[in-house]
Design a protein around this ligand. Sequence first.
Ligand code: PBG
Length: 327
Amino acid sequence: MMQIYNRPRRNRKSEFVRLMIQENRVSVNDLIAPLFFIEGKDTKIEISSMPGQFRYSTDLLVKKVKDLEALGIKCVSLFPAVDESLKTKCAKESFNPDGLNQIAIKSVKDACPDMMIMTDVALDPYSSDGHDGLVGAHGEVLNDETLEILSKMAIAQAQAGTDIVGPSDMMDGRIKAIRDSLDSEGFKNTSIMAYTAKYASSFYGPFRDALDSAPKAGDKKTYQMDYSNSNEALRELYLDEDEGADIVMVKPGISYLDIISKLKENSNLPVAAYNVSGEYSMVKAAAEKGWLNEKQIMIEMLTSFKRAGADIILTYFAEEMAKHLRS
Ligand code: PBG
């Protein structure tokens, strides 16, 4: 008889021992719930490519946030679906203090003062070009010229009561410019979650359906990162740290676990993972066909972000996961 001294299976022999030695767990405190909203009252419209996700009128958005708060969720990320008629080349609706986004921030803050609100600072939901920055005469997406609008946007959002701004355009010099602008207006406590390693990804398709925000021409490859690269993510990390980011993010999530680990190993800042729309929709579609067990896949996927090193997870599964964690 062969003598086997090391038997890893001893640590898997029962549910109790497995739970005792478990290295990573998702907590409700880690979750950020992205939510879409529209103008109007008492309306919710399901996003066809994201079953279970809706565009809420602001009154129903507030109700949804209250439900999420009751489940223990600590932060929501708000995305406005802006009427086409308000979209312009210079995206001026983005910093309108009475615009949909700012009204929604105020309404949610009034109703749920403890809930943290995160908001995106990029032009795409307000731009008639569907790009994250201003578009020049030859179709090029402009870097420096866009900064003034982003600064105005961040200030308008901070005035409305946002807690965390998320510069999501993946262009250069954003964190410093926004930090300077927020500080100059007295918003020293408004945090910045940098979209540090945001890749030019086809996983964003359903999100662009939700906001009708797909680029009218070209793609986002001159500003979002090439998914073939990983060292470039470190370069972006060091810049964002220097410029004053509070939290760094990797996006998308499931195909980018290596990037999450890399950022975690190379930074002392909290790392967030964005489990994006396409990742949600793939699971939903397969589950609808009966090909995958949705709940088990959700838990496995979200746990893998923690194992990779994520401290925070933005996910459209936030509500379902919070319910699961309660049960
Ligand atoms: C816009 C933005 C996008 C997402 C978050 N902010 C789309 C894009 O860059 O085209 C994607 C989120 C998702 O797919 O869930 N700057």
